[in-house]
Design a protein around this ligand. Structure first.
Ligand SMILES: NC(=O)CC[C@H](N)C(=O)O
Length: 394
């Protein structure tokens, strides 16, 4: 049923139906483009940052439910995108307030969805939906926004969705050509992105990279060259990097054999490596660990993660449906962080080698900045490697 007190205007004449693989059907109002999409339905518990979430390429192929009930209050703009436009397959919310209010807003959430040709549904019981996902796990789903909807067809498509396991989506969202990045964080006083200059040259693999990762690197004096996901290690090394970054990204890490091979090659060459999320999972696979599909994953901005060395707990941003299995870590690789929600592995380090990775999102966007020092550690690793090379050459 459509809630009578739902404020969402909805698109006149457009109905919206969300069908799940478990047979559930939700009727709501369409808040974005007309059309249909099929993918994995997940939920995110962050209370803010819907635009960053929608534009995070890690959500490619996923229909994102936001558990916070009012979404769209602050509108959308061109500044807060984590990539070029919306990358999630669809947006599912309880309510889009009719009036938005923010001095930085350039267009409404509904206009933004429509402009990006992305479907969205509002006016459904997102608590019920989230309970289903928590109890049964992330579900195949089909969202249809149209004048007339064939519910049986939507259900059949939701059931036919084969799941995320086995899907290499990094190769679909990656950049076609290499580019350089030198823009730092957005400054509220200047209302502009900081300009930076770089001491270190970082080559960043784009498996679906978020812009705030690039800004965190630029803020710390890195000149970044972003390269396509399938770039071989030899081409990366030809760029003479001080360090190599392995980005976040959508889909299953396991089929990304090209990246796993490249990372093994880079490890042999001893260049400092830092991976985030998919990049962490790929580093894990490269050293011989295994990845597993989680039931409903971690998607939110308040996940406690413990640093296993000093016991300190960080509140972190998270977005993943796969994880590196801690029991499968080989000798020479140690666990550095663990989730306090479910005990799953959150960070690894290669003992005595300049390579480490984190499952959550230290760049936040959206989320807390507690664990940003992980970026500083990359700088320290590059400084140490440079000092080693200089002393060897002296
Ligand atoms: N944010 C990410 O990089 C996600 C990694 C991977 N696609 C997962 O779902 O686990």
């Amino acid at each position: 049923m459509v809630f009578p007190f739902c404020l969402s205007g909805g698109r006149v004449g457009l109905k919206a139906v969300l069908a799940l693989a478990d047979g559930s059907v939700f009727h709501g109002v369409a808040i974005g483009a007309a059309g249909e999409t099929v993918g994995e339905v997940v939920f995110n518990t962050a209370m803010t940052g819907y635009q960053e979430i929608l534009t995070d390429p890690s959500y490619a192929g996923q229909l994102v439910t936001l558990t916070f009930p009012h979404i769209g209050n602050t509108g959308c703009n061109a500044t807060d995108e984590e990539a070029d436009g919306i990358k999630a397959a669809a947006l599912i919310v309880r309510d889009v307030p009719r009036r938005l209010s923010n001095w930085r807003s350039e267009l409404s959430l509904s206009e933004y969805l429509e402009q990006n040709n992305v479907v969205g549904i509002a006016g459904i019981d997102t608590r019920r939906l989230t309970r289903i996902l928590r109890e049964k796990g992330a579900q195949g789903g089909c969202l249809v926004c149209a004048e007339t909807i064939d519910e049986a067809d939507a259900l059949a498509k939701a059931k036919a969705f084969g799941g995320m396991a086995g899907q290499d989506l990094a190769r679909e969202v990656t950049t076609n050509a290499a580019y350089t990045w030198e823009e730092g964080s957005w400054d509220l006083d200047d209302c502009a992105f900081a300009t930076t200059s770089g001491d270190f040259h970082v080559v960043a693999y784009d498996f679906g990279i978020k812009r705030n990762i690039l800004r965190m690197l630029a803020d710390r004096g890195c000149r970044v060259t972003v390269v396509p996901a399938q770039t071989p290690a030899s081409q990366v090394m030809a760029l003479e990097p001080d360090g190599v970054f392995l980005s976040n990204g959508p889909g299953d890490p396991e089929p990304c054999d090209y990246a796993i091979t490249a990372i093994r090659d880079l490890l042999d060459r001893g260049v400092p490596l830092f991976g985030i999320c998919l990049g962490h999972q790929l580093l894990g696979l490269a050293v011989g660990a295994k990845t597993v599909k989680m039931k409903f994953g971690h998607h939110g901005a308040n996940h406690p993660v413990q640093d296993l060395d000093d016991g300190r707990v960080y509140i972190t941003s998270q977005n993943h449906g796969f994880a590196v299995d801690e029991d499968s870590l080989p000798d020479g690789v140690r666990a550095t962080h663990r989730s306090l929600f479910d005990g799953s592995l959150q960070g690894i380090e290669l003992i005595g080698r300049p390579a480490y990775s984190f499952q959550g999102h230290p760049e936040a966007s959206p989320g807390p900045h507690d664990i940003q020092p992980l970026f500083d550690r990359f700088i320290t690793a590059m400084e140490a490697a440079t000092a080693r090379i200089e002393s060897a050459g002296a």
